[in-house]
Design a protein around this ligand. Structure first.
Ligand code: FES
Length: 169
């Protein structure tokens, strides 16, 4: 431990009550500055949070689904990350939502039965989204599908279209 010196008498160490009083003062000063520092940091954090925009960032609603040649005629391809079926029939392409219209479960394509089935309450749909059975109140919606300038499929999940609209390639 270092010696405490009297500022009025340089070179003379303090002892006893005078030394402990300065130590106590130093201690209180440090506590005070520490508390002020914490309060200041808290104020800065709260002010920063107040001025930051309260925005919810959502993933983009349109996505590229690749080259049309990836999809054979008479195929139903489930794109899990987008929860969309890309269906290619002789008449063209359509993009069907994989989210059940009953309570929002993600459906599954059953190739043996050639049906889209919901695992939650048993709704079944044809590959074009038409409801066959179960509690789902509506068919699966179709999303807008088009070709980009470089020839890839582009699906816009924000834009629902009529089921008769197909993309001819
Ligand atoms: S959520 Fe699909 S049938 Fe209920």
């Amino acid at each position: 431990m270092s010696e405490i010196k009297d500022p009025a008498l340089p070179g003379v160490p303090l002892s006893g009550a005078a030394a402990s009083e300065i130590t106590r003062r130093d201690f209180l000063n440090e506590i005070t500055w520490g508390a002020l520092g914490i309060a200041g940091a808290g104020s800065v954090a709260v002010t920063y949070q107040f001025f930051s925009p309260n925005v919810l960032f959502e993933p983009p609603t349109s996505f590229r689904a690749g080259n049309p040649d990836l999809y054979p005629v008479h195929s139903v391809t489930f794109l899990q990350d987008q929860q969309v079926y890309i269906v290619r029939m002789p008449e063209g392409f359509y993009a069907v939502s994989a989210v059940c219209t009953h309570l929002g479960c993600v459906t599954q394509w059953k190739p043996d039965a050639e049906m889209i089935a919901c695992p939650c309450h048993g709704s079944k749909f044809k590959s074009d989204g038409t409801k066959v059975e179960g509690p789902a109140p509506r068919p699966l919606p179709h999303f807008a599908i088009s070709l980009t300038s470089d020839g890839e499929l582009l699906v816009d999940k924000l834009q629902e279209i009529k089921s008769e609209q197909v993309l001819k390639v």
